[in-house]
Design a protein around this ligand. Structure first.
Ligand SMILES: [Zn+2]
Length: 358
């Protein structure tokens, strides 16, 4: 059993060898996964995910760290490579539900060898891995707004009743609940008038998950609800007033050019790719600009320019995650979720503050 997240986090900070083999941690900003004792610099907690088995990290698209080699004790390098290639293949063909025979032909191994080695390297059987990939595909389709019936069909499941059984068991909820925004999170919100219009901030107990402009309170509340349909959303409670006031103050100082750095706690929720993009945006200095393709290059996905633009557009935490610092390669502004006029104002403001300070 994987220890709980706080225990895992403590083990990572201490590089505690006693936890090697009990879990792996993935670093979403770099795309690698490690053993707890890895000697690399300790990542920020918000970029970490903890995995019971290597298979889960592989399914999230992460690769084994070259420094701590988390799979090295499980098999020789050639076997690890074969197994990982098979993972990619399964992920791309999970809708066809590939069986052990087919996979072993691909890997040039006998079925029993494949079975044993796959499990030794990744901690789960090939069949379990295929099953998890099919559930991942189903989840993705549900999140993208496909109906339960269509998503079930696309993901290669025969009848939807079986999906319900399995998905409810594995996801801890039914596909319909998942589509409805996942398990409940408590989110509080507050509003403030700023030089760029009405601003709403929303926060969970982990940090800011929503910073957006809008025309009215009701519009903004609607947006917040749409982002987190399943969350319990309430106005800021009295005991959080000081905290919210501090955040708002920082944002309004930022918007008037009096505070350059915005180091606020964040609760970012997204796919591994979105997290990579958003984490990169956090590193673009105040007053600097990048093109969508520069961002794609920088995160190691040079051809994913469109996906980068979509991840910027899906940013829920404006200003703090500065998607306004990304523009088109030809100098055009590109898009901005809260209007191009606001994007232009932010870019101009940052440029003038930087020039004045230089
Ligand atoms: Zn490592």
């Amino acid at each position: 059993m994987k220890p709980d997240d706080d225990t895992c986090w403590a083990a990572v900070r201490d590089r505690d060898r006693a936890f090697d083999g009990r879990f792996f941690y993935g670093v979403l900003s770099t795309g690698v996964y490690c053993r707890p004792s890895c000697a690399s610099r300790t990542p920020l907690r918000r970029n970490l995910r903890f995995y019971a088995v290597a298979a889960d990290a592989e399914r999230d698209g992460l690769r084994p760290c070259k420094r701590c080699k988390p799979l090295a004790r499980t098999a020789d390098e050639a076997t690890i490579r074969t197994v990982r290639e098979l993972c990619r293949y399964i992920q791309q063909h999970s809708d066809q539900n590939p069986g052990l025979e087919q996979l072993s032909r691909r890997a040039h191994l006998s079925p029993s060898h494949l079975q044993r080695r796959f499990k030794a390297v990744l901690g789960v059987s090939p069949k379990d891995f295929v099953e998890s990939c099919r559930l991942d595909a189903l989840k993705r389709k549900l999140r993208d707004g496909r109906s339960v019936a269509a998503a079930t069909y696309d993901a290669g499941f025969g009848s939807s009743s079986r999906v319900y059984e399995r998905a409810a068991h594995r996801l801890g909820m039914t596909p319909r609940q998942y589509r409805a925004g996942g398990r409940g999170v408590d989110i509080s919100w507050a509003l403030s008038e700023t030089p760029l219009g009405l601003l709403m901030i929303g926060a969970s107990d982990r940090g800011l998950c929503f910073v957006q402009f809008g025309a009215s309170e009701s519009e903004l509340r609607g947006q917040l609800q749409a982002e987190f349909p399943q969350a319990a959303i309430t106005p800021m409670p009295a005991n959080a007033r000081d905290q919210f006031a501090q955040w708002m103050q920082a944002l309004s100082r930022h918007l008037s050019g009096r505070q350059v750095a915005l180091d606020l706690p964040l609760d970012l929720r997204g796919t591994a790719f979105q997290m990579k993009v958003w984490n990169y945006l956090l590193k673009i200095p105040y007053g600097a600009l990048r093109s969508y393709s520069e961002v794609a290059q920088a995160i190691g996905a040079p051809r994913a320019v469109r996906a980068v633009a979509s991840a910027c557009a899906a940013n829920r935490v404006g200003l703090v995650v500065p998607c306004h610092r990304v523009i088109r390669g030809d100098g055009g502004l590109g898009g901005y979720r809260w209007g191009l006029e606001r994007k232009r104002s932010l870019i101009d403001l940052e440029r003038s503050v930087r020039t004045a300070g230089a």
